[in-house]
Design a protein around this ligand. Structure first.
Ligand code: SF4
Ligand code: SF4
Length: 335
């Protein structure tokens, strides 16, 4: 099916009447993925500074609240089942949601706050015609037109997008929009566009999991962390990072439980109530970050917890580049 770019604004205005709609929006030079209203000028496919993972896993969310009064204890669960559409997600960010699914819903555990949002959110992706210099998705098992995690994939073919349904939900969504069918010319153009999308940045990740199996006590970690400020930007902006902390906020006979993003790069993240901290310095924290992404996650879910979006590279204040870390790990001699 075909969506003319000139009709995107009208399409989004119609969608907001039926769904909660999220899309990339540019404000003060920064692109953020946020809930839009009628008339909001969206930029589908623009790479947001913060990843759209917060649509499913908000930076801060109330899980439930309670009140004790003369009638006893009353509790309200804050499960959010609003029908939503995330419009204009990058394929790497859509793939990250598929990776997060493993964490929030597996054989042992289901996080209903995440899974309810996930079931009720359609992911409409826009392929990357021109990957940025910091993108390296092809090095971590993905590509600029990866369909993993998306319900619909849009390919920018000039004045319009070719829309392909990836899932049954995506198919139903497109059918409801009554869009014109795509012709052979549009399909050919989309195929050419996909072939032309070249990444300029690559890093060889083959065998990194096995290499890390033998590197827990390696001297490499002694130097890697030295210039790291421990600011946590790399983890907060990472679409696959998912550490969180739970806080209970109470006053008198009422209160709520809140979940907030946390970061393995913060010293307090592993501080025990006893005062003991098993990750005493940046060395242990950086090792944890690298190990989690390229060893522990691979062992558990058979995929690295990195989709090559490049956000941590662009935003690290001291230019610690995860691609260089991967290359350095691979180059380290084992004792
Ligand atoms: S580790 Fe860096 S490049 Fe990889 S997904 Fe996270 S932010 Fe993106
Ligand atoms: S963004 Fe850079 S300086 Fe900040 S915690 Fe991550 S690696 Fe360290």
């Amino acid at each position: 099916m075909i969506i003319n770019k000139s009709e995107i604004a009208g399409l989004l205005d119609n969608l907001v009447k039926e769904y909660r709609v999220y899309a990339p929006v540019q404000k003060d030079g920064i692109v953020t993925f946020e809930q839009i209203n009628e008339g909001t000028q969206a930029k589908p496919g623009a790479t947001s500074k913060k990843p759209p993972k917060e649509i499913l896993f908000p930076q801060s969310e109330e899980l439930f609240n309670y009140q004790v009064d003369s009638q006893g204890l009353r509790m309200e669960d804050k499960i959010d089942d609003t029908k939503s559409v995330a419009f204009g997600v990058r394929p790497c960010d859509a793939k990250s949601m598929m990776l997060l699914d493993n964490v929030f819903h597996n054989d042992e555990y289901e996080d209903v706050y995440y899974t309810t949002r996930r079931k009720n959110t359609l992911i409409i992706s826009v392929g990357c015609n021109q990957p940025a210099s910091t993108c390296f998705c092809t090095s971590v098992g993905s590509s600029p037109f990866d369909t993993d995690g998306s319900d619909v994939l849009l390919t920018d073919i000039g004045d319009s997008y070719l829309a392909e349904a990836i899932t049954e939900q995506g198919k139903e969504f497109l059918c409801k929009l009554n869009l014109p069918a795509s012709d052979d010319q549009a399909k050919t153009k989309a195929e050419e566009t996909k072939k032309q999308a070249q990444l300029t940045s690559e890093v060889d990740t083959t065998g990194i999991k096995e290499k890390l199996d033998d590197m827990f006590d390696h001297p490499y970690w002694e130097s890697l962390y030295e210039k790291c400020l421990g600011c946590g930007a790399c983890t907060y902006l990472c679409p696959t990072c998912h550490c969180f902390d739970i806080a209970d906020e109470a006053k008198d006979c009422a209160g709520c439980r809140v979940r907030n993003w946390d970061s393995c790069m913060f010293p307090l993240f592993t501080l025990h109530g006893s005062g003991h901290n098993p990750r005493t310095s940046g060395k242990e924290r950086w090792r944890q970050r690298a190990m989690h992404k390229f060893n522990y996650f691979v062992e558990r879910y058979n995929a690295s917890a990195c989709v090559g979006c490049g956000r941590c590279i662009k935003n690290c204040p001291v230019n610690l580049d995860i691609r260089q870390v991967i290359a350095d790990i691979k180059a380290q001699p084992l004792e």
